[in-house]
Write a protein that binds this ligand. Sequence first.
Ligand code: FAD
Ligand code: NA7
Length: 471
Amino acid sequence: MGSKNIYIMSKKRVGIIGAGPSGLAQLRAFEAAKKKGEEVPEVVCFEKQSNWGGMWNYSWRTGVGKYGEPIHGSMYKYLWSNGPKECLEFSDYSFDDHFKRPISSYPPRPVLFDYIQGRIKKDNVRDYIKFDTTARWVSFDETTKKFTLVLDDLKNDKTYSEEFDYLVVASGHFSTPNMPYFKGIENFPGNAIHAHDFRGADQYKDQNLLLIGSSYSAEDIGVQCHKHGAKSVTLSYRTNPIGVKWPEGIKEKPLVTHFEEGVAHFKDGTTEEYDAVIMCTGYQHKFPFLPDQMRLKTKNNLYPDNLYKGVFFNELPQLIYLGMQDQYYTFNMFDTQAWLARDYMLGKFKLPSIEERRKDIDYWLERNENLKTGYDDVDFQSDYIKDIIKLSDYPGFNIDEVAVMFKEWLNDKEECILTYRDKTFQSVVTGTMAEEHHTEWMDEMDDSKERYLYQPEEEEEDDVKMNSKRY
Ligand code: FAD
Ligand code: NA7
């Protein structure tokens, strides 16, 4: 056997679980290295859905999919970006690259899905992904230092396994509901679901709706339902209210103590009758395919313990987790993580000792403990990205400027939760100023890409502004 063959046989193998934005970032990172002429490992990505995009790949289904797997998607109709797109822009593929013209700062889901796909459609990234394939179980051999990944080919009903030198877990963490129990809810006569199963506001028209939770899901689902005709929306908080100036029709109350039929009792002694309940109570980090000693165990926060640089599992750094933090930054953060992980797998980024890694993790955990305000959170995640972006050749972007935009976004929401999506921001990647959307967000009932990208003729523009509901 010639030496070339030996080399080919010993080519490292990388397995990626999940083809959402994080898994796709990892694939893109390897493609970028390949384009620069670097030798890259053999990479295989496994995705349990039939398409890529993770959360952004909308599913009408709830419960289980056609092959009986738990449905991953938690997104819903009428979902518009909940932060400025300028804060998540890929620095190697701008919105201008994709849309060829300025668009607004808060696009709807199908438009962002289109953008995510645009970057990878240019490469042959799809060839590396095995769709309809669920990662079922992982083991690690201490002697060979290889992972064995057991997979279910759902379409063909076949179970098989593959070996990998590195395993990248990019399976997301906003999919498995955290579902609390409230006494008496079993007798609630209406619909009581978790936000994971919410698929759109239409069915809540003219209803009195109770949402439990006080974070992004409660805020966004509450506002969507208000926009689409719910009679009233009550948000019930456990720790702190969201505390913005709510319009008439939305209010906040302390936590529910129990239910009596359709009536909710609250901690402040008040009661109110509701038609439906949605638990916006967050998600669990859930990795049913990982054994105890490899499993990331954390609640949703900005710096999960045990991950060096937020990515490398400290006891076994060949095991890499992407996108496991709570997220202000999203796509661009996943990229900075994926580029760093790639360089480690290529042998270009060397890890310090386990003790030094632990010290670094502790430094970030301590900072995380002391965060108090939304501004603190933004600065923390900005600093985290600054810390890791310098370790790879991911194209730099003005992180300080993005942090300023995030803070403006927080202020805009406080000022008016119904109009913050009408604001515009400037790209730090291209300098392009976003355009105002042709219709104010509160009047825009259609979230399709076609409607979004529709450009009225000049003479129509005045009409559109005067009577945006007409289109
Ligand atoms: P995901 O997008 O969750 O992708 C994970 C992928 O892994 C999925 O495709 C899944 O099918 C696959 N997978 C899971 N388990 C397995 C397995 N065992 N085997 C094989 N494949 C598996 N972010 C924003 O930037 N802006 C927003 O407006 C925004 N809104 C959001 C609204 C909602 C309701 C939710 C839930 C999230 C929102 N996010 C938003 C955050 C969103 O999670 C991220 O933008 C992004 O999708 C995270 O990417 P990911 O690849 O890490 O995870
Ligand atoms: P988050 O941001 O993790 O927030 C979870 C919320 O649920 C938070 O307000 C919690 O209150 C509340 N919660 C959790 N458990 C309970 C119980 N038992 N009772 C009452 N309230 C509870 O999840 P989201 O779904 O809002 O957002 C996740 C992502 O989805 C996000 O990135 C968005 O982009 C969309 P607490 O403050 O802990 O008391």
